[in-house]
Write a protein that binds this ligand. Structure first.
Ligand code: SF4
Length: 414
């Protein structure tokens, strides 16, 4: 059992503002970049953004002359694994002078993606084996994952569903909405439906309204969630018309997905504000990624900036064992050190739950630094974020509930 004060290793035990975080927390516009000649009405039109995505090597070479040999080769091969697509808006966040730009790493393919480690999988969360009808994953008793499309506004190079999204591997995904809805209607234990994909907010307002209305008409569905990266890749899609559709179907929660504070631009802040003003509680899921956010200053700035955008940090995921993602995967040790640098060092609301989605379909397992040092029948020995040690009696009045065992029982700790 480790008793390291991991937060101490980070050189910031008192949680004081750090100069490294200062620039990270500024809200800036993504700007217009190469598209400065485009009329404003087009730039603000989400369909224009989708139609003008960067999807080919030729486009990328023209727009990013600093393309590295690894990126060049990766882009050539991407269409056999996970297609490349980057909205013009999101492309403007890339720093062309920085080969390790955290935005660039997330969306530009690299040659390393073609290498698969022995422990990597095409379906690391075992979704396909828990699918009673096409497009529905029923892994937990009271909730289902409802996949609506295999398309996203841009494609993340570490995507857990890269077997499916963009259809580069010929997965041939065909959701069957009526069968999916019918299964939910016939299964009264389901009280929670998560719409995901692909990105549900790529559906038209009408189609989304139809789906939400159908789900809401099922009496045992108490709660609907949407998982989306659209507010980050395509904030133009968060129109007042879309918000007017969504606000009819409360309780409706939205989980966004962002990994680096630079993704939180003024455009994104406004788009998230529109969703929040529509009464939609917003949470965020991040993936721990090497060269992107495996740094406590970056992660802390991201979490604090999310709160400024009215979004509660929800999960920090250890990167799934998706085939070809080793170059992006940070270690669990780094993840734990980051969590130790958040808990107690910043607002509790800014601290997500770090989880590993257990390989093969075991579900999310919470992973925490070692705060319990010892535990037996009548007391727990704990340490706080500063490494100070405290004792707490197991029974509220200090009376042991059961006689203490002779040996101290050591809990399973990470
Ligand atoms: S937006 Fe989500 S589903 Fe789409 S590529 Fe990124 S991680 Fe995968």
């Amino acid at each position: 059992m480790s008793n390291d004060n991991v937060a101490g290793d980070l050189g910031d035990p008192d949680g004081s503002p750090l100069p490294q975080s200062a620039g990270l927390k500024e809200f800036r516009s993504a700007g217009r970049g190469f598209w400065s000649h485009i009329p404003d009405a087009q730039w603000q039109d989400w369909r224009w953004q989708l139609q003008h995505r960067i999807t080919s090597l030729a486009q990328l070479q023209r727009l990013l002359p600093t393309l590295t040999p690894e990126e060049h080769a990766g882009t050539m091969l991407a269409n056999t694994k996970l297609a490349m697509a980057i909205t013009p808006y999101f492309f403007n966040l890339i720093d062309p002078a920085d080969e390790n730009c955290p935005i660039r790493r997330q969306v530009i393919p690299r040659l390393e993606e073609t290498t698969t480690a022995a422990w990597e999988m095409s379906d690391p969360c075992g979704e396909d084996s828990h699918s009673p009808v096409p497009g529905l994953v029923h892994r937990y008793p009271d909730r289902v994952l409802f996949l609506v499309t295999d398309r996203c506004a841009s494609y993340c190079r570490y995507c857990t569903r890269s077997r499916l999204v963009s259809n580069a591997t010929g997965y041939d995904f065909h959701p069957e909405f009526e069968r999916q809805i019918d299964y939910i209607r016939r299964t009264p234990t389901i009280r929670d439906v998560l719409l995901s994909g692909g990105d549900p907010l790529l559906l038209s307002d009408d189609k989304l309204g139809y789906l939400l209305r159908a789900l809401r008409s099922i009496p045992h569905v108490e709660f609907v969630r949407i998982g989306t990266r659209i507010p980050l890749f395509l904030p133009q899609r968060i129109t007042s018309e879309l918000c007017a559709v969504l606000r009819q179907f409360h309780p409706l929660f939205i989980s966004i997905h962002t990994n680096h504070p630079r993704e939180l631009t003024t455009e994104v802040r406004e788009a998230l504000g529109r969703l929040a003003d529509a009464g939609i509680p917003l949470g965020n899921q991040s993936v721990l990624l090497r060269h992107v956010n495996n740094d406590v200053h970056v992660m802390r700035a991201l979490m604090q900036k999310l709160l400024m955008c009215r979004v509660k940090p929800y999960y920090l995921y250890q990167c799934d064992l998706i085939a070809g993602s080793a170059h992006l995967r940070a270690s669990v040790r780094e993840g734990l050190a980051i969590m130790a640098g958040l808990r107690g060092h910043t607002t509790g609301y800014a601290v997500p739950q770090y989880v590993i989605d257990a390989p093969g379909g075991g579900g999310k397992v919470p992973i925490n630094p070692d705060y319990i040092l010892h535990r037996n029948a009548d007391r727990v020995i704990i340490r706080n974020f500063e490494g100070r040690v405290f004792e707490y009696p197991e029974a509220a009045d200090g009376t042991p509930l059961v006689p203490a065992p002779l040996e101290i029982e050591e809990p399973e700790l990470v």
